[in-house]
Design a protein around this ligand. Structure first.
Ligand SMILES: Nc1ncnc2c1ncn2[C@@H]1O[C@H](COP(=O)(O)OP(=O)(O)O)[C@@H](O)[C@H]1O
Ligand SMILES: [Mg+2]
Length: 249
């Protein structure tokens, strides 16, 4: 569904993305992980048209989107959230999501209906009339997810959407992502909370210093020495191996 082909992005002499290639299969959940500064957000920006890659190509459902502006990429159905929240703080939760709904639905009645549905699915119903700026930061990210969902996306790209959530809220988000995947939405997820991303990812792509250092199943990635050294650390690698043994894998 999404093909990233040899994408590079340079900022002066800094190579933030160095010839990165991978595919995201339709209906799958792909995790994109790596230490801070690895180039994850830059890659999201290159995919969604916020940045023009220095070289390489990105295609979505067979259409070359490399140099399309963000709104056109979103209209095709590849929609992202931001690591830094972009909610409109003075507006209500409902109105924030309604903006997303209007990207797809010009009929006011139908847009409002879609908005109500997305708010409910995203566990935000109780906060429906609250001012977005009054939500805890983690829930503002949830709101961004709800707004992205209201655009009726085919591919959702989430940039650290679980940071700042309580463990109950992380579980809600994990369940939410799984149920949306079951409804046919494809995911590319940047996430530092390994306990959240590893159990649901079909595949994990690991970046370090702008370079792709691994692309494999979660089970294989947690045992990859380069990934353990660059990012996961010995402790997490061991913990995961234990967990997968317990699960009988
Ligand atoms: N707009 C920019 N201008 C210059 N350097 C940037 C810009 N955006 C990101 N970088 C640099 O690119 C590298 C990768 O950053 P980023 O993609 O944000 O990493 P990650 O999301 O994996 O933490 C970092 O060294 C960062 O400082
Ligand atoms: Mg980032």
């Amino acid at each position: 569904m999404l093909e990233v082909c040899e994408v590079s992005k340079k900022f002066g002499s800094l190579v933030a993305n160095n010839k990165i290639s991978f595919n995201v299969e339709e209906g799958s959940i792909v995790g994109l992980i790596g230490p801070n500064g690895a180039g994850k957000t830059t890659l999201f920006n290159c995919i969604t048209g916020m940045y023009r890659p220095t070289s390489g190509r990105v295609s979505f459902q067979g259409i070359d989107i490399t140099n399309l502006p963000p709104y056109k990429v979103a209209r095709l159905g590849a929609v992202r959230t931001f690591q830094i929240v972009h909610s409109l703080k003075e507006m209500s939760v409902f109105d924030n999501v309604l903006i997303g709904a209007y990207l797809r639905e010009k009929n006011t009645e139908k847009a409002r209906e879609l908005t109500e549905q997305c708010i409910e699915i995203c566990y935000l119903k109780k906060l429906r009339d609250n001012r977005a700026g009054d939500l805890a930061i983690g829930l503002q990210k949830r709101l961004e997810l709800a707004r992205a969902l209201a655009t009726n996306p085919k591919l959702l790209m989430l940039d650290e959407c679980m940071a700042g959530l309580t463990s109950t809220e992380v579980n809600e988000s994990v369940n939410l992502i799984k149920s949306l995947r079951d409804k046919g939405i494809t995911f590319l997820i940047v996430e530092h909370i390994m306990e959240a991303v590893m159990p649901i990812a079909d595949k994990v792509v690991v970046l370090n210093g702008g370079v792709k250092i691994a692309e494999d199943s979660p089970e294989a990635v947690v045992q990859d020495n380069r990934v353990i050294e660059a990012y996961l650390g010995q402790k997490y690698g061991k913990k995961c191996q234990l967990n997968s043994k317990e699960r009988g894998k």
